[in-house]
Design a protein around this ligand. Structure first.
Ligand code: 5AD
Ligand code: SF4
Length: 439
């Protein structure tokens, strides 16, 4: 038997890219590739790129430049670019960086095996179409390898919301939901391979409307179906849009035992003027009322969010409205970003806020978020949480896992293995994790 070819994948950005990278590795596994952690020994290098942050494309070009020496030493080395930068830049990537052999957009990963074969004949392979087919269904080359206790599962891709700052509707395309039966089969398969917690992924996951046995199914319907899967213990989903939180989904947070009490629900700003200019189609007030309803269904739910500061024409008063909203919600986690322009999006053309002003606002917002996060994490001390253990911790004898609220929790010298779901009494709250004892 010949030596297996080696594949090095570098993944940037969101969890959906992590999931996609796994699928690409499996698909190329069918072409005789095994993964390696070292680009130096790779026969193929794939960058799975993200376009959400500033200068994303430039960073990819500089990363590619670094492979020049490798390719000179090993002319058979194939270099590919996948993900949202591949989608946005397309053929331009090969023009600007001739050492690239393959460019594949997120909707075309099922064509990767043919594309790889094409590069082996010395040709270049490019595919950034938005075909009308379920790429994951076509990526069938799934070895039944054992998995860790947690996994991502993409149920929906793309976005029709067109927030004025965001590239996703352009790079991932229109909203598409996968049929429910395929998702449930994939979940069963993951459980057979050791997975106990599944996070359903979608750019707009709560707008899910995949084909079910009796017409389209909502995300709540899908979650109830997954709730029946034996051996699956926990369900999460991300990322949601406030406008798609329907009553059934809110109610499921109170009644569905496998659905975890954690919700990532980005609001972006607390100013109605800015929300309008962001094309968010909700107000600060409607968002706050929504959270009230969610908390009525599940009082202990931990809220998480995303914020953009320094959006074009944001005044100090607008920013103050964001601080007021954060003060009211009190997020257990939140991700905040300084607005940065994405060419081709509507906000890119508008008058920009000065960088120093935006920097200063970001610091104030992050200080407030960190303060709340601290209080919420510290309040776990003395409580009993359920922990799904994942791996050994940094200290000898430690095992770490996540609570239902997604806090990292560690125990020391306890009889637990990866995949165990156990009750833990929280004893201490550290910088980034909780410490506890098994009950
Ligand atoms: N500038 C700053 N932050 C952005 N995000 C998306 N686009 C931009 C941009 N142009 C943030 C939003 C989104 C998160 C994934 O990234 O807060 O929810
Ligand atoms: Fe981007 Fe999310 Fe807005 Fe869609 S809903 S455009 S993915 S920020």
């Amino acid at each position: 038997m010949s030596e297996p070819k080696k594949l090095f994948i570098k993944t940037y950005g969101c969890q959906m890219n992590v999931y996609d990278s796994e699928r690409m590795a499996e698909a190329l596994g069918g072409q005789g590739y095994v993964e390696t952690k070292s680009p130096d020994e790779a026969d193929m290098i794939l960058l799975n790129t993200c376009h959400i942050r500033e200068k994303a494309a430039e960073k990819v070009y500089s990363e590619l430049g670094r492979f020049k020496g490798l390719k000179a030493d090993k002319p058979d080395l194939k270099i590919g670019v996948a993900g949202c930068v591949a989608q946005a830049e397309g053929e331009e990537i090969m023009r600007r960086q001739p050492l690239v052999d393959l460019v594949v957009g997120p909707q075309s990963y099922h064509r990767l095996p043919e594309m790889e074969a094409k590069t082996r004949t010395g040709e270049k392979a490019l595919d950034t179409d938005f075909p009308e087919e379920d790429k994951f269904e076509k990526l069938k080359n799934r070895p039944k390898a054992k998995r860790g206790p947690t996994a991502f599962l993409t149920v929906q891709e793309g976005c029709d919301k067109f927030c004025a700052f965001c590239v996703v509707p352009y790079t991932r395309g229109a909203e598409v939901s996968r049929p429910a039966d395929r998702i449930i089969r994939e979940a069963q398969d993951l459980v057979e391979r050791g997975v106990r917690e599944i996070t359903l992924l979608g750019q707009n996951v709560n707008a899910y409307h995949g084909a079910g046995p009796n017409g389209d199914m909502t995300l709540a319907g899908l979650i109830w179906e997954l709730n029946k899967v034996d051996g699956l213990e926990r369900i999460r989903f991300t990322t949601s849009h406030p406008n798609d939180m329907d009553d059934a989904l809110i109610e499921a947070h109170g009644t569905c035992e496998k659905l975890m009490p954690y919700l990532h629900l980005p609001v972006q700003s607390g100013s109605d003027k800015i929300l309008k200019r962001m094309n968010r189609s909700h107000t600060a007030e409607s968002y706050l009322r929504l959270i009230e309803r969610i908390r009525a269904a599940r009082p202990d739910i931990l809220m998480s969010g995303d914020f953009i500061v320094g959006f074009p024409e944001e005044t100090e008063e607008d920013f103050q409205a964001t601080l007021d909203l954060v003060e009211e919600v009190k997020y257990g986690y939140a991700y905040s970003f300084k607005y940065s322009t994405r060419p081709g999006t509507p906000a890119a053309e508008r008058p920009q806020v000065e960088a120093e002003v935006a920097d200063e606002r970001l610091q104030r917002l992050q200080a407030m978020i960190t303060r709340h996060q601290r209080v919420i994490q510290d309040a776990m001390v003395g409580q009993t949480v359920s922990v799904l253990f994942e791996k050994p911790g940094r200290q000898p004898g430690q095992m770490v896992g996540k609570s239902e609220y997604l806090h990292a929790v560690h125990v020391t010298d306890a009889d637990v293995a990866s995949g165990d779901l156990r009750k833990v009494r929280v004893k201490s709250s550290g910088a980034n994790s909780l410490g506890g004892e098994l009950i």
